[in-house]
Design a protein around this ligand. Sequence first.
Ligand SMILES: Nc1ncnc2c1ncn2[C@@H]1O[C@H](COP(=O)(O)OP(=O)(O)OP(=O)(O)O)[C@@H](O)[C@H]1O
Ligand SMILES: [Mg+2]
Length: 233
Amino acid sequence: MIRVENLSMRLGNFALTDVNLRVQRGEHSIILGPIGSGKTTLLKCIAGIYRPDSGRIEMDGEDVTELPPERRNIGYVPQDYRLFPHLTVSENISFGLRVRRSGNLEDRTRAMLDLVGLSDLSRQCIKCLSEGQKQLVALARALAIQPKVLLLDEPFTRLDSTAKVRLRRELRRIHEQTGVTIIHVTHDFEGSLNSRNRVAIMNDGRLVQDLSEIKKYLDEKLGYIPIDLRAGG
Ligand SMILES: Nc1ncnc2c1ncn2[C@@H]1O[C@H](COP(=O)(O)OP(=O)(O)OP(=O)(O)O)[C@@H](O)[C@H]1O
Ligand SMILES: [Mg+2]
């Protein structure tokens, strides 16, 4: 479905180096990585906001590396949401549909409000929303255009622990309901590890996908005691 091949990009002193990634249709993949490791940079390349120095990005077998963001059929929820503060909840959600001059704008917006459970707040201004509600509006806006792929940049890190649990449940439901392919990046190692989704690690601009390397990395990060040592004692 999504294939990233040998992607490299330099940004000042930082470099995304030779990233290879494959994500199957309908999958919810999580890329974990510490602060500053290059997660947002990779998502921006996939979304078409950054143009990589080299490498290739394919969607459904089509080379999209040179396509602008609006021609990639990707829903992107940026790390800082980027909602439009002067527009209402509804107007934010329908924004992408208006830009694309979609015919079924009202029905689609209503369906999205329903999907994220914000129908009662449709006329509310963005400033009056909680962080969790803003996150849901950003999700609904990204999904409104019926993207093939949804890119989520740290969707839970600004939320308190109760909101995090609720949002994680909502996201699982939305994923089941829409079947959209998700690539989700976060530095929240503990908060994201319950999932049974596929996981890769971003470390200093490189993507680690080898299982034993991932295990070693997580053990070091989380300070787990390897189970065979405990058994010996
Ligand atoms: N426009 C830019 N110009 C120069 N360097 C940049 C630019 N954008 C990001 N960087 C640097 O690239 C590195 C990777 O940034 P990126 O935002 O991709 O990290 P991240 O993994 O998303 O981090 P976080 O967990 O804090 O969101 C960082 O060291 C950052 O300072
Ligand atoms: Mg980031």
